[in-house]
Design a protein around this ligand. Structure first.
Ligand SMILES: NC(=O)c1ccc[n+]([C@@H]2O[C@H](COP(=O)([O-])OP(=O)(O)OC[C@H]3O[C@@H](n4cnc5c(N)ncnc54)[C@H](OP(=O)(O)O)[C@@H]3O)[C@@H](O)[C@H]2O)c1
Length: 287
């Protein structure tokens, strides 16, 4: 199959390129190949290429930056709303399947029981709003016969992407901070699921290869936890003796509000392994 991957130098994009390249013709584009906010260019390049699958791993992910800076918010809207809209229109034109990623931050986080694929989003920050409106642009086109998978995921970690825009994962930040601190304060709230990018990339391929029905999927590693619980797991595994102090979210002065409970419930796809097992693979990889 001819598969186009956008955001190919990002955290997830790189893993998608790896996983889909086995027995497929993968075309990997970053922003220098096509800016997804440029409708004419997106239309032209996708029409020339005629891929069978378009995978969009490109996104604006600076949650706090866009909350306080209006210019950044405009950029986030362009990348996270216009981008998927233009890609969906272009995919429809060439009858390609579109795969797009969204986030647990589309939910308010007031439901302790977690969120199913068909629950109604109600984001509490600007980033979440842009991702929700991006989702809507794709869903709107399903009436026009767009073939689409919308995958919500959360707390990505894995080998770091090459892109300058790429977000540092929580585990990388913890390991870096542990080098020059005796104790670390970590938020013991915001319950949600970590997701290992190689696992998510494999699951994405399975959706396509096994012809799962089009629609929304929640794909995350199993075993929801807080940031604090994940830090304990990390340092226990790597054998670093550091004191981890649980604190509330208010302790850190972050611009954007976070959902308190944003556990994504996966009711449509085989459950992925626990994040602890994936974390061990990740640590062995960076060692
Ligand atoms: N990171 C998380 O914890 C997290 C959590 C939930 C959901 N998600 C979602 O998962 C997906 C993948 O996230 P990620 O963390 O892998 O992203 P990432 O590492 O930040 O990579 C983003 C990519 O987007 C590309 N990009 C940005 N603006 C672009 C534009 N205008 N045109 C074309 N490409 C553009 C960048 O390209 P260049 O290489 O050219 O700069 C970069 O490769 C996103 O949809 C994100 O919202 C992520």
């Amino acid at each position: 199959m001819k598969i186009l991957i956008l955001g190919a130098r990002g955290n997830l994009g790189q893993q998608l390129v790896k996983v889909f390249s086995i027995d497929n013709n993968v075309i990997a584009w970053d922003m220098t190949d096509v800016d997804i906010t440029d409708k004419n260019l997106v239309d032209k390049k996708i029409n020339d290429l005629k891929p069978e699958v378009v995978i969009n791993a490109a996104a604006y992910n600076a949650v706090d930056k866009c909350e306080i800076n209006d210019e950044e918010y405009d950029l986030a809207k362009k990348i996270n709303i216009d981008g998927p809209k233009f890609l969906a229109e272009a995919a429809l034109n060439v009858k390609a399947i579109l795969i797009h990623y969204s986030t647990d931050y589309v939910f308010s986080g007031n439901e302790e029981g977690g969120y199913r694929e068909d629950d109604l989003p109600n984001p509490v920050n600007r980033y979440g709003k842009t991702k929700f409106h991006g989702e809507k642009k794709i869903i709107e086109l399903s009436g026009n016969d767009l073939k689409w998978y919308l995958i919500r995921t959360s707390k990505l970690f894995g080998p770091k992407g090459e892109s300058e825009m790429t977000k540092q994962s929580f585990f990388d930040i913890m390991l870096e901070q542990s080098k020059n601190k005796q104790n670390l304060e970590v938020v013991n709230e915001e319950l949600s699921c970590f997701t290992y990018t190689p696992d998510l990339a494999k699951a994405t391929r399975e959706l396509v290869d096994k012809n799962y029905g089009y629609g929304i999927y929640h794909i995350i590693n199993n075993n929801a936890c807080t940031w604090y619980e994940a830090a304990l797991e990390l340092f226990k595994f790597v054998g670093i003796n550091i004191k981890i102090i649980p604190v509330s979210s208010e302790k850190f002065n972050r611009s954007a509000k976070r959902p308190k409970y944003s556990v994504l419930l996966n009711t449509k796809f085989p459950l992925l392994r626990g994040y602890g097992e994936a974390l061990r693979d990740f640590i062995n990889f960076i060692d």
